[in-house]
Design a protein. Sequence first.
Lengths: 331, 286, 431
Amino acid sequence: MLKGKTVNLTKILPILLIIIVLAIAPYFLGDYYSSIVRTILLWTALSISWHFFSGLTKYVSLGSAAFFGVGLYFTAKYLQLSIDYGYWPILPLPVIVLLAGLINFALALVIGLVTLRLKGIYFAILTLGVSEVFKNAVQWWEIKITGTRGTYIPIFFDSQTVYYSVLITMLAILLWTTFLRMSKFGLALKMVGESEEAAVHVGVNASLFKTLGFAVSAMCMGFMGGSFTTRFTYINTDIAFDPLYSFLPAIMTLLGGAGTVYGPIIGSITLSLLSEYLRVTFSQYFLIILGLILVAIVLFMPNGIIGVVEKLKATKLMGRKELVKAPEKPP
Amino acid sequence: MFDVIIGGAILGAIFSLIAIGLNLQYGVTRILNIAHGEFLMLGAYVTYFFFTFYGVNPLVSLAISGPTVFVLGVLIQVIVFRKLVRLSKSAEELEFRSLLACFGLQFIIQNVVRSIFGPTNIGSPYLNETINVFGELFQLNMIVAAVMSIIISVIMYLMLRSTKVGLAMRAAVEEPTGAQLVGINILKIHAVSFGLGVLISALAGSMLSMIYSNITPYIGPQYTFIALAVIILGGMGSFIGSLLGGFFIGYIYYASLKIDPLITLAVVYAFLIIMLIIKPKGFFGR
Amino acid sequence: MVHSFSLGKKAVTKMQAVILAVILIVVVVAGGVAYYTATRPAELPAKDKIVIGIVQSLSGPFSGGAALHHIYYKWIIEDYNAKGGLYVPEYDKRLPIEFKEYDDESNLDKMLTLTEKIILEDKVDLIFAPWSTAFNFAAFPLYEKYHYPVIALTFGSDIAAEKMRTGEFKYAFSVLGLPGETGNEMADLLDYVNKNKTPITRVGIIYHSDQHGVEYSGAIFYYLTDRGFQVPVHQSYTPDISDFTPLINTLKDANVDVVVLNGYAEGATLIHQMKAQNYNPKLIFIGPTMEVPFLVFGPFGFTPADLVGVAYYDGWPSTAYKTGNLSAWAEAHKTRLGAYPFPASATFYAGLECLFKAVEKVGLSREKIRDALATETFDTIVGKTKLRQGYSMQAELAGTISQWQGGEMMEVVWPLEAKSADVIAPKPQWP
């Protein structure tokens, strides 16, 4: 699948450097700043996962919270039931996280088969509804059947472990989605995004690829959810299925530049840092400012940061302030 | 048994009203305002403000909350959404961007209200007396709210049917290009529709604050969801669909309350999903 | 070279004697200085204030509830600053108190990150707890790791408290009555009412679907059935519910004597609708928010006459504000905050007082503060007060169950030794 594409060293080297810096960061950043970096890694991973499907196929999914939540909840529940109660065999955390991802894959396949028949706003609302249904269903089960509310996670993971779980998962997701995106699979998804009808005409099994793409995206979110369990000692459905996990990846991708490769990454980093700064500086009014910024982004930066950068590059290239003009007519 | 019939109808009337507002504005502008519930919440707070500090009767305050929110809605439509429509190169792009813009509005409105009024529960309790309807006891304010909702819905319907503005709106829904050709100022109609949509929402909010005292800046989303469920069931863009859909959802909600209060929301969402899967255009949709 | 130095002979020259004397003096003086500095305590770093870190839900769905305990944080800091600050023994003086406050937006992850911030970045001296059982419990491991003793005010979970009792969380201190304790108290009270006031056999429990609702209703169910009461209704509801009429009908049909609502502000809707339906059980128990005067007599639209007989199972130790010096505090509360205190107001204040008094006794060493909190009894506005990790606070002047009896503040009706008024049962008809 990667035949014919050489590995570009000048591109790989800076990425490797960044990875190394991230890997040793906790040792010289201390717990608090590592937390901030870790939060950025979390959102980057979720944005990349979301963008892999919704960015390429243009099917805007607002149900990310469902998959992240299932990943988080399943892992937490498994830890509780295996360690505290001994119902299930004790497994190492990475295995549980893997299971969480696979469960999400299966779940998304089923959901995708049913929902991917719709497009646009209908699909968005549907996925939002699915997310809420999951939350309410788990809650109902907890209260009615088990008589509990929320899950206590029996192991307290120290912050290094949390950081590295998140980092490793994020890198895995990045690698996996990049690999898939550069392959025929990614090409198929992109074709669906550009024109589903045309894709079908060319013989691409749009339904199959759409559903698989949705499932892969969900699986990655499940991995992330599972890894993030290490951060908590107690979670409940409101925490795990917080709608923020559905909306923010879309917002961050838009901020970075929807439809571009680096968009989700740039968007997540920018918004996370911006939020931290605003939260600390403006405390009371920070959310209002964030809302204003969001509206401003949608209005004035429709192509995100990358769009702005591209525009700057283009005007610089032409050496003029206006956009490219038609060439002058020959005399 | 009568309690279900009347209880469901009361809820249904209120749900219909909220949905009609959302439907009106979506039908004309094609922008799904997921901050619709926030305007409902604004209506409740305007009523609370005048009730608590000036002793204004909540029903009278409808005349204040409605127009205030209408003006706000028009302003928002002109400043934010008009530009969005111009910027977007396709319908999907417009949908996506307006969704996010509305999300931003949600943040802003919720937190501005919280900064001013604080986060604790408020209400404008009024007409809490009981009246006897067919042997079942109901709170007077709930009956009044339901009746007012139906009256407002009828007024809206008549407006859409008979007035020039109403006809222009309907034209904008059915034939946007044709409407422009006939000289209808589409921009103005969009603004007015959006304003009217949120005005209706605010009126519903004012009435709710008369009944319930657990109003907080965060009650918006649950009502937006219900309105969404209604218009998907009834069909986006259909007035009759919103009306009937509202009552249907009201009955489902009330019935689930009787059976198991824990699953009410889940049942509404389930209906939403099922509807989207089998008949996304809704029962009366175009 | 002249080597004529010998102590035995008189060959010691005058020069040499002087040198010797100088050396001796220097040695003695140096030794004295060294001894003096070694035995003197190390110079304390200059400190001119105490900083308290507060991570609160200032926005988001929890902000309404969080505001209710937040006011006591500010109040006690102001009270102490009015005296000049918190007395710190190591410095033998009062240091003014400042606080650093952050908004966790009702988000658990943010709360934990901000808690790390105040510990690692801002390096605060003390921490005031966040809102809600879930948040408190999630933060305990951090307090444990970094040795910050914290009074968890809004904490009420037996499952979590278990870990405090086993010593897993030595730095966390609970204050309010926990579900098991609450169930026990209610069973005792209903027993007493049954024997002395009016027969009680059947109880209906409806509860909010969150952690508080689930645990408290579960504990009450257990203790009541254990005591021989029947509980035919034990039903949960979701927070969005606005119409309790179906539930009220269920309760009516089940013929219950007592209705228990383990929930919050929706209790107001329940009572309004019970009134509307003319449904008057012998006793009604409501939950947090329904005991707060400025809410019930304000936005909830009740008058004191409306609520006579409505009891409150939570929020104890509760004090009757008409006793002793508490009435002055209640009046100060009214002047300062515009409304009379709710049952747990003094408890919150007293819990914080314990922390401050521990500092005034043992200083700023957090390990020592922790030990003091765990072992000592403090004098607070509710009398002699002792904190018990994993259990409710023991307070001299406080009881457990309160009831609205027509006044602007609740009366304490249980236990009998701590009551300020006799329990009213059956509840009178709605006005």
